[in-house]
Design a protein around this ligand. Sequence first.
Ligand code: CP
Length: 361
Amino acid sequence: MYRNNSLKKIGWQDFQKLRLEEKGPFYQWKGRPYHVLIAQQFDRAMLERICELATKIRRIGKTKGGLLFLKDLLPDKRAMLYFAQPSTRTFLSFYSACQILGIQTAEVRDTATSSEIKGESPEDSVRTFSSYFDFIIMRHPMGGFAERIAWVLSNGDRPVPVINAGSGKDQHPTQALLDIYTLQRSFENRGGIEGKKIAFVGDLARGRTVRSLSNLLLLYPDVKQYFVAPKSLQIGQDTLDALEKVGSEYEICDDFEKTIPEVDAIYMTRIQDEWDTTEESRLLDTSKYHFTAEHLNLLKPDAVLLHPLPRRKEIDIEVDSDSRAVYWRQVRNGMWIRGALMLLIFNRAIDIDRYYEDMVV
Ligand code: CP
């Protein structure tokens, strides 16, 4: 089993303290991620490394020889995909990345098929997974659940790495990594992400991808973030506090059409009505936060349009064929980014570097 030998048993409060203050051994170990739980655990150097690896894997995977090499990197590892909430992209991109790297997988996608239906706690379920698997990729409706589980496992005998594939309304760190990768690729001939204006649009109050990406953008100097939403769905104070703490510029507005020509990237999101307590979303008119084919005329020629997907009506289908619409590229980038992350966790990234070096000379 892959073990972080610097882990020592600590209380929940100390674990949470390490989260933001020290980025302790639960988050980074020997310069690599151990658990992947929150966007704030990453620094700029780590982001650059993950993106660089994703590009190398993507290019290596273009040939049969490269694919055979990739498949031989992690055949000794087994992954548990525990998805207690619906998913298409996150599940399949992790699953595909595991296949590409030779990792064996098992899955629980519906807790009605596991012993949770008999009353077993999710904590006991995950502890059981750690008996059979080398790491756990998990999506759960409970905010902070992945962190809680990482702490539980780290205090037990089998502290296997935990990767948060979306937890409650709070975090979706691997989505934010692939969003950064997509932005970086989009702006590679325009000086990178630094100094860009980036608008988040839609349900910002309950969108975990927005919170995670907003936090990662704080690592890039002079980025200005715009939060465009109806009042009841505006971004939370915790995100604004994070921006203010580092003196990062932001603007809160509800005029989408005014914002479109000002920005370099627009990150659309759907209304997350699965979190409604009554029918509050149905009573809201969100149509003025939709990106239509007419809006393409307002968008800068070199701006890009992102969406974590799934979408409903917030982007017209006609927009898909515009070269500035990069959300389908985002989907594919997820596979490379998640592969890069797993190689880093299991310390096989150096093999990618060596193969790539031989490949390009
Ligand atoms: N972006 C995203 O998390 O999509 P899925 O819910 O389909 O995984």
